[in-house]
Design a protein around this ligand. Structure first.
Ligand code: ATP
Ligand code: HSE
Length: 321
């Protein structure tokens, strides 16, 4: 349950008075999500989501809200933030930074099929091309520097097997620094629970709070690892092909990207194995929630290491034999 900060009717009505959004009709807390307090809010004019940012560096927030505004304005199904009468996207409410964004409809899909993967591939390609003109960069807070720092923090916490795997992968990744890879704005956390669907139609991409500037293929690898893996971490060739083909129709891949694909899948698995290990061993104070299982990403990483040649064959147009 993620309503850390309770909001009362009168104070919400007063808060909405800063905007031209009509009268408050209804609101209720949203239980999904971990980091922030979220409410669905209905006014006489609009359906909205109110977020009270619980953990965020306040200086960072304008970047995210401007990005959402920019992407939504270019047809990416991201939640557009609403400006108050003065034009401000970021507010303070209940002693926290706060924002109102448009509510998107649909629900996340636990077991995506080929059509869902096609839709998310196309949307990610669109997001990457639309993001090209976004004028401001943001370094990836979960990049290689953070991997190494987290690995050091986990010293003494891991089994010998996990420590060996982690050290070997950090070393392997340090040998690959791809120059000339297309880079730009990446979502960096486009898991199934951050996309909304009605049937097989993608109606929303949410939770952009890891978005940053990075290698675009890395974002594709994060997405494929979550959307196209089975319970054992094995990739489903049909879903991978659907996702990559639909993505490539928006932004064709370069030969360097094709060569880097197996390494990127490993890097993407490493990043989430590490963050889940970190959350497991260093839970944040006051956090009520379910830690996600690090072993899911350990298994994915181990498979991507074992199956490099098979991964190359999963590239669209590659020979399967
Ligand atoms: N714009 C939106 N339209 C519709 N539903 C939304 C929207 N934003 C958030 N939600 C709902 O609120 C839930 C929580 O949102 P979100 O995932 O952004 O939470 P969080 O606590 O900020 O992030 P995290 O999942 O990283 O902990 C989502 O799973 C979704 O159900
Ligand atoms: N998507 C992340 C959690 C939120 O960043 C994970 O599944 O580990």
């Amino acid at each position: 349950m993620s309503v850390y900060t309770r909001v009362e009717t009168e104070e919400l009505a007063a808060f909405l008075g800063r905007y031209d959004l009509g009268e408050l009709e209804d609101f209720r807390g949203i239980s999904a999500g971990i980091e922030n307090t979220n409410y669905y809010v209905t006014t006489s004019h609009q359906e909205l989501v109110l977020t009270l940012f619980e953990q965020f560096e306040e200086e960072e927030l304008p970047w995210f809200l401007e990005l959402l505004d920019f992407l939504a304005g270019r047809g990416v199904p991201a939640p557009a933030p609403l400006a108050d009468r003065e034009g401000a996207l970021l507010q303070r409410f209940k002693d926290r930074p706060a924002a109102l964004v448009r509510r998107l409809h649909g629900a996340s899909v636990d077991h995506p099929g080929v059509e869902h993967c096609r839709a998310i591939g196309a949307a990610l390609g669109h997001l990457h091309t639309a993001g090209r003109d976004f004028p401001r960069e943001r370094p990836n807070p979960r990049g290689p520097h953070w991997w190494r720092e987290t690995s050091r923090r986990l010293e003494g916490k891991l089994s010998d097997e996990d420590r060996q795997l982690l050290d070997a992968e950090l070393h392997f990744q340090s040998l690959f620094r791809f120059q000339d890879m297309p880079s730009g704005i990446v979502h960096a956390d486009l898991f199934r629970d951050n996309a909304l669907f009605e049937g097989t139609e993608l109606t929303g991409i949410i939770d952009f709070y890891y978005a940053c500037s990075d290698v675009l293929l890395y974002d594709v690898a994060i997405t494929v690892n979550d959307w196209c893996s089975d319970g054992e971490g094995a990739l489903d060739p049909e879903r991978v092909e659907a996702l990559l083909t639909a993505y490539g129709e928006q932004r064709p891949f370069s030969p360097i990207e094709r060569g880097a694909w197996p390494v990127m899948l490993r890097a993407a698995a490493l990043r989430f194995w590490l963050s889940r290990l970190n959350d497991l061993h260093f839970p944040r104070a006051g956090e009520l929630t379910h830690t996600k299982d690090p072993d899911t990403f350990k298994r994915i990483l181990q498979r991507r290491i074992r199956e490099e040649r098979a991964l190359r064959r999963l590239w669209p147009g590659a020979k399967r034999a």
